[in-house]
Each structure stands twice: as structure tokens, then as C-alpha cells.
Design a protein around this ligand. Sequence first.
Ligand SMILES: [Zn+2]
Length: 537
Amino acid sequence: MIKLLKITLILIMTLNLSCETNKTILFTNCNVYGRPDINAILCNNGKISQLLPSGNVQAGKRINLHGGWVYPGFTDAHMHFSGLGWSLEAVDLVGTPSKEAVLDKILKSVKDTPKGTWIRGRGWDQNDWPVIEYPTAADLDNISPNHPVIFRRIDGHAAWANSLAMKLAGISSQTEDITGGIILRDESGNPNGIFIDNAMELIETKIPPTTKKDIRRYLEKAQSLLNTLGITSIHDAGTSKEEIEVMKEMISSNDLSLRVYTMLHNNPDDYEDFLKSGPETENPFIKVQAVKLYMDGALGSRGAALLEPYSDDLNNKGLLIISADEHESLVQKLSKAGFQSNTHGIGDRAVRTILDSYEKMANFSLRNRIEHAQIVHPDDIPRFKELNVIPAMQSTHCTSDMYWADERLGNHRLNEAYAWQSLIKSGVVVPAGSDAPVEFPDPLVGIYAAVTRQDKKGWPKNGWQKHERMTLEQAIKSYTEWAAYASFEEDIKGKIELGFYADFTVLDRELLSHNPLEILNSTVIYTIINGKIVYQK
Ligand SMILES: [Zn+2]
């Protein structure tokens, strides 16, 4: 009975999206990646029903793809869905050369955000402006009388707010300074909009918590960017219960234009109910069967846990943020409930500790993942295959970190870093992702980074640790079928084959390996999900 109810619920939730495609759609005049014999794709009910040499068949609807190159829809297998939306809304003021330029940027966001909504951001620095003095609330009041706004300075030690934000936070001339903080004031003693150090709390703690309406807005902003980049599926690395509710609402109103594989936050409030009711795998647009855990920090801040000390900090090996025992018991608990464990592990010590936990599990069918797996000791490479563990890696992390990774690791350990090809050769798949908003989520940039290990200017000449580059074919798989494997969807997603989802990323040209810079010049001309165009250039 419960199962029946569940199925009915899913049917209701997916009804709208399937109505849209409940007739045949024929995509014509296209080139299909890996299939030179095919020029048209017939879709029925959101799935591929025929691959055809020409468009000479009957169809409910015909769509001319104008010679575009059809790839299986790209999946970003590690990103932060609502975090990306939040970051798109938060105003990035880093590098703005004048107060006017700062205000221009803020005004754009004001126009784009419903009245009354708090607008936040960071990065202003009055030392970069022609007139070096603190801005004031009055500057912001001119452009934002109806939105409370607050922006952190570049160093995070000062905040700049408008009058409405101060009013809502109950700040007046009577408000006293607090320990460790200063409120800057005008001649009459009224707070002038600048709050230093602990005084920032006087406002920031009064900002209302995120509502479902906010979440929905973040997700909508994120997905429209992702669709323009050709992304049809994502793996969300840290999802709250509320975010899942919002996504389900979006599915029922036909407003979710991505398939989402969620990784629940490591927070009992978010995962306990799901653990009790079991994995949700039936809905084609949202899956709930994984939990995101954390083992260490990041390499840049020397928080990644290494087996040997940092080369540029000999007393520091980084740290594990939970104990090996604690991690192991969490993994046991998740696996008993049928949930995949997706643990953030960057340093070689973190990776080894995670593998040790995974090794103690009764069965390896859950395809547990290590998110990032940036530094892997050579002895641990074969363990991924042995334990059926997936390294979920982000190629642009390599090309962002390569400028200083040797300082942290020393030359003798560089062979451990971002070892994509060694892992692939050992027999595992390496799904790709961007970790957005940490990196910009453009899969074409990710594919370029994977095949070159160079920055966009072609540095270093032959690629950084070039023997670990992926081939173009591997890089495409990492964004398509390997990502599908990592979410247990390899039988329905990631390939252009009969019966697979009609999820396509259509480019204006073929991706070719002999001139990788051309990959960066390619453009997404259509993004198609479930047979429906969700983006068109
Ligand atoms: Zn992440």
C-alpha cells in the first residue's frame, strides 16, 4: 500500500513534465557524438525511442537542431545547488575600482531582487578607490531604499549597511558599541553605516533565516545558469530536507529543469527521516540515496590531512575533522539504511582513512564515493577498484591549484596530486564536477582542464603533471556516463542510446582533441532535458 502511494505520488509529481513530452518529438538535422550514421533522434515520453539516419519519419513535433552536435546531457557530479544560487544573488565586489562601480553592481542586484529581501555580498575595499574613505549608509540609501543591504569589506572585518538594514536591526543613536566592535558615527552620533568587527553582529544576527521562498529563488537562479551551460543533471553535495521539499514543489509545478542527485547534509535533522523510510530512487528528477560526510579541509588553507607534513609548514599535517571511528560508524549506519556515503577527502591521510572505513563495510555495492580525492598515496590507488569506491574529482581544482600545489606538497609528492589517469587505469570511473560556486560550473572549461591540465593561456606548456591528463573521450565520459554511474543511473543516463533519457547538450561544433583551445570556443546552442528544450541560444 505504502509503495502504491509512493508510486502515485511520483506519478503526480512527474505528470506535468511528462505531459509536455507525451507525444513524439523528432530532433532533426543534427550530428550525434560517436554516431556518424545518425542525423535525427526520435523521442517519446522523454526518452530516446529511435536513432535515425534521416528525419524522414512521422512525429508529433519536429525540431531542427541546425547542424548542432548532440552530446549526452552533461552532468556536474559535485556542486552546491542552493549555494550557487546564493552566490549569484550575493554581490561580488572584489576588485571594484571606485565607489561608483560598487554602487552600480549593487543597483543591478537591487533591481533583480524582490523588495524587502535582504541583499548581501562582500569584497569592497576603499583603499582601491580614487578617494580613500569609508562609504556611508547614505550612499546605499540612494540606490536601495526598499531593500535592506549589507556588504562585508574584502578582509571580512567591516560591514557596510544601509538605513533600512539598521532600522530592521534596531540600530539607532542609542545603540552602544559592543566588546570587540566599533560602530562608526556621524557628527551627531548617529551610526553612519559602517560596523567594525564584532559590531557587525548587531546587524548580521538580525537577518531573517533563509525561507523556502529564498531557497526556491536560489535554485531557480542556479538552474537557469546551469541550463545555459548545457547542464542537464547535477549531484548536489549537501542538500537539506527543506531544499528537497522545494525541489519536489518545483517538479510538481513543472519548474525544475535539471535532474538532481542529492547528497543529504550530515545533519540528523536532514537525514534521519530519509534513513527510516529508505532511499528514494523512483522519481526521474530527484533521487535521495546519499549523504555527504566530511573528513578534512582544503589544501589551500593547509586544512587537508596529509600523511607527511606540509612542505611549506613542517609542523603541520592538516587535520581530520572527525575521528576515524566516528566516520566508520556513520558509514555503517548509512550503509545499513541503503545509503551511499560521499565523503569529502582531499589529503592523502584523509583519503586513506576514508578507504579504511569503507573497507570495513559488509558489501561494496553502494558505490561509496570520495569527493575530491585530490591527493592519493600510490599505495591507495588500487584500493578504489578493490572496494568499489568512486573518486569524484573536479578538473578545474587542479588548474586552479597548480600554481602553488608544489609549495604545499613538495616535488616528491606531486605524483599523488589529481591523479586522474592513474585512477582510471586502475579500473575505476572518475566523475567530473565543478564544486560550484567554488569554481564556475562550465563543463567545457572542465573538459578543457581535464585534457590539458593547463590554464586558459596554455600554461604550463605541456600541462601540469601531464601524464595524468585525461583523453578527450575520458573527459566527456566523466561529464556523462561516469557521472551517471556515480548516481546509479548508468542504464538510463549518460549515453545516446535507445531507452535512455532524452537529455542532450547540443554544441555548435564537434569537440576535437587536436586543438583543445577550440573546446573553450565551443558554444552550447540547445540544452534539452526529457525531450524538452530548456535553453536555446
Ligand atoms: Zn563541494
